[in-house]
Design a protein around this ligand. Structure first.
Ligand code: PMV
Length: 308
């Protein structure tokens, strides 16, 4: 057992394929290092949890933190650990915005527990424990969020298949902007399922999204950002037809396109949360950023060049 451990994780952005990924279609997700999360664990008299929303005994945490609480309790029980710990989560990843804040905390806490108690582990073990929390928070997640956060690398992800790292080297910039409205991933995923089960037309939208992800992969490999932007626009149309966009996202997407974006779409679960836009150069990325900041949004820019 160590004296104290720190574990850092980062946020993630789904470039394309959210929602359809739940049905076995491919999706592309990238780590985003503009926001991050740190978990620290040290010895304590009682099991204690501190984060933005709570500071107190682990057993008294609020419902929102039930996933993390269950992960910690089950871990201590499974490894028959009697020692009490203080777990502290410091994060500047906006919560419930499709930026992977829950995956970052689940992976961060699972990794920190293994390291603090010096229990040998590999990335599959971290994933298994992180999923205990993720399943409580998201219901039945596709696993894309945990995978990209865990590996901290871009991935081409198909549910149930071995993870494919997908290094991105594209001459373009990604603009990420927060609506400021909490996303409703669990509800949106459940509503999409109702639609898909109600009519074949929605099942076809999901399949079309899968084809767009496959095309996006080829365009990225061939460094064709302009065509990728068009694919992003098409993906956003399909996601709207699946009922997961909303007025604020549509407004920000229109503003981005009006300011020269190659393409723009929602990212993550939708219905609030974040949107992304693609810009061909940093000048255009800054122009889009300024236009979204003018309407009071938090905006980040990330280069898509030279990922290892
Ligand atoms: O956690 P979010 O909001 O980034 O959404 C995850 C992506 C979904 O495809 C909507 C759900 C899933 O489990 O993959």
């Amino acid at each position: 057992m160590k004296n104290k451990v720190l574990s850092n994780t980062f946020s993630k952005i789904i470039l394309i394929g959210e929602h359809s990924v739940v049905y076995g279609e491919p999706a592309i997700a990238i780590p985003f290092h503009g926001t991050s999360l740190e978990v620290s664990i040290k010895k304590c008299d009682k099991n204690h949890l501190t984060c933005k929303f709570f500071d107190g005994r682990l057993e008294e945490t609020s419902e929102d933190l039930f996933g993390i609480k269950t992960l910690i309790e089950k871990f201590l029980e499974f490894y028959k650990i009697k020692e009490k710990i203080c777990v502290k989560i410091d994060s500047d990843i906006p919560n419930e915005r499709g930026m992977g804040s829950s995956a970052a905390s689940s992976v961060g806490v699972a990794r920190a527990l293994f390291e603090y108690f010096e229990i040998s582990h590999d990335s599959n073990d971290i994933m298994e424990w992180a999923n205990i929390s993720e399943k409580i928070i998201h219901g039945n997640p596709s696993g894309i969020d945990v995978n990209v956060v865990l590996h901290d690398k871009s991935i081409y992800y198909i549910k149930g298949q071995e993870i494919q790292l997908f290094p991105i080297n594209l001459d373009a910039y990604l603009i990420i902007a927060d609506t400021g409205i909490k996303g409703k991933t669990k509800e949106a995923v459940a509503d999409v399922r109702k639609l898909v089960e109600s009519d074949e037309i929605y099942e076809n939208y999901v399949k079309e999204l899968g084809i767009l992800s496959q095309n996006a992969k080829k365009l990225i490999e061939n460094n064709q950002p302009a065509k990728l932007g068009k694919i992003m626009n098409q993906a956003h149309n399909l996601l709207s037809k699946l009922s997961v966009s909303d007025d604020e996202l549509d407004k920000m997407i229109d503003i981005s396109r009006g300011n020269g974006a190659l393409g723009a779409k929602l990212t993550g679960g939708g219905r609030g949360g974040c949107m992304i836009a693609l810009a061909e150069n940093i000048e255009n990325a800054n122009k889009i950023k300024d236009s979204l900041e003018k309407i009071g949004k938090n905006v980040w820019i990330s280069s898509l060049k030279n990922e290892e």
